[in-house]
Design a protein. Structure first.
Length: 110
C-alpha cells in the first residue's frame, strides 16, 4: 500500500512539473507575441503619420495619389509579413507548450 501511495505521489509531482513547464513555455510565447504586436503597432502608427504628412504636403493631385498608393502598398506588404511572422510564432509556441508532454504521451502510447 505504501509503495502505491509513493508511486501516486511521484506521478502527481511529475505531472505538476510537466504542467508548470508547459505553462512557462506558453507564458513566454504570449509575452513574445505581445512585444511583437506592440512593435508592429508602433511602426504602423509611425508609417501612417509619415504618409499623412506626405499627403498633406503634396502639391498636386497626382502626387497625392502616388503617396496614397505607395502607403497602401507598403502597409499591405508589412501586414502580410507581420501575419506570417505571428503565425510562425504561434506554431513555435504550440510546439514549445506541447514539448514537456511528449515523453508522457509516448509512455501512454506503448
Amino acid at each position: 500500500m505504501m509503495n502505491s501511495f509513493d508511486e501516486m505521489q511521484k506521478a502527481g509531482k511529475e505531472n505538476m512539473d510537466l504542467a508548470v513547464a508547459s505553462m512557462t513555455a506558453m507564458s513566454k510565447g504570449v509575452q513574445a507575441l505581445a512585444m511583437e504586436t506592440q512593435d508592429y503597432s508602433k511602426k504602423a502608427m509611425e508609417s501612417g503619420s509619415a504618409a499623412i504628412e506626405s499627403l498633406l504636403s503634396a502639391k498636386s493631385l497626382d502626387k497625392a495619389v502616388e503617396v496614397q498608393s505607395d502607403y497602401m502598398k507598403t502597409s499591405y506588404e508589412a501586414f502580410v509579413g507581420q501575419a506570417t511572422k505571428v503565425n510562425e510564432m504561434m506554431v513555435d509556441m504550440a510546439k514549445e507548450t506541447y514539448k514537456p508532454y511528449e515523453g508522457m504521451f509516448a509512455k501512454v502510447g506503448k
